[in-house]
Design a protein around this ligand. Structure first.
Ligand code: FPP
Length: 232
């Protein structure tokens, strides 16, 4: 199966660093290397859309120093990787709120989206200041103004709430690293029929080979979408 949508909750940077006697922010920097590795590996694994949970709306509650390092990392990633991403056919899209981000980061996001708009091998969606519940609420607010709303309309509205994208693509496989088993307000609508894959591997140690193993596990599953199994 190709054209898959894989979403990843990149968890465990802080614990991984702390376990090595290093500051949490060092773990985030190493985590950025894992992002590079996974993005490089994704297209050849049949992944067409990759959504990475970079910063949840609840992450604003972290110490200011950690938030600031994360924001700098996102900005640097968007600036330094852009040529390579474009050359590799990766289209970048950032989902989530932008009104609380620093103007320098918003500019980097807009440039990255513009400069990679022609990419057709992989859509890389970075979720920054993202809350699935907030987006659904936003979609419902828009819907409340319309009459006769149907499910397909709500899908479009949720997509629209995500920066005017027009669609909320279903997730095929949701991966969470770092040993926790929860969704943390990520793509709640889009994960209705997602297969879930939880691994104890901390994000800084999750690379292309770990993504390949997750895809093997996914491909061995029987996805029935509410139907009964077909007798063989
Ligand atoms: C959760 O792990 C991770 C985050 C909130 C940040 C994710 C950010 C990166 C992977 C950095 C680079 C990203 C990009 C897009 C360049 P945690 O550190 O909170 O884990 P913990 O549970 O061990 O504390």
């Amino acid at each position: 199966m190709t054209d898959l949508h894989v979403a990843i909750i990149m968890d465990g940077n802080g614990r991984w660093a702390t376990a090595r006697g290093r500051p949490r922010n060092w773990g985030h920097r190493q985590g950025a290397e894992s992002v590079r590795s996974v993005v490089g590996a994704a297209p050849d694994l049949g992944i067409r859309t990759l959504t990475l949970y970079a910063f949840s709306s609840d992450n604003w509650k972290r110490p200011q120093s950690e938030v600031s390092v994360l924001m700098k990392l996102f900005r640097r990633y968007l600036r330094t990787e852009i040529d390579e991403l474009r050359d590799n056919g990766v289209r970048v899209k950032v989902i989530g709120r932008r009104d609380r981000l620093a103007s320098g980061l918003v500019t980097a996001i807009e440039r990255a989206e513009e400069q990679t708009a022609g990419g057709e091998r992989l859509e890389l969606r970075l979720a920054v200041d993202y809350s699935s519940r907030d987006l659904m609420l936003e979609a419902i607010r828009i819907a409340a103004a319309a009459s006769d709303i149907e499910r397909k309309d709500l899908v479009t509205l949720i997509g629209h709430a995500m920066n005017g994208d027009g669609e909320a693509p279903d997730v095929d496989l949701l991966i969470r690293t770092g040993g926790e088993r929860r969704l943390s307000d990520f793509l709640l609508w889009e994960c209705a029929y997602a297969e879930l894959y939880f691994t104890p591997t901390m994000w800084p140690e999750f690379h292309g080979s770990e993504l390949a193993a997750a895809m093997d596990d996914f491909r061995a599953r029987d996805r029935r979408f509410g139907r009964v199994a077909v007798a063989s």
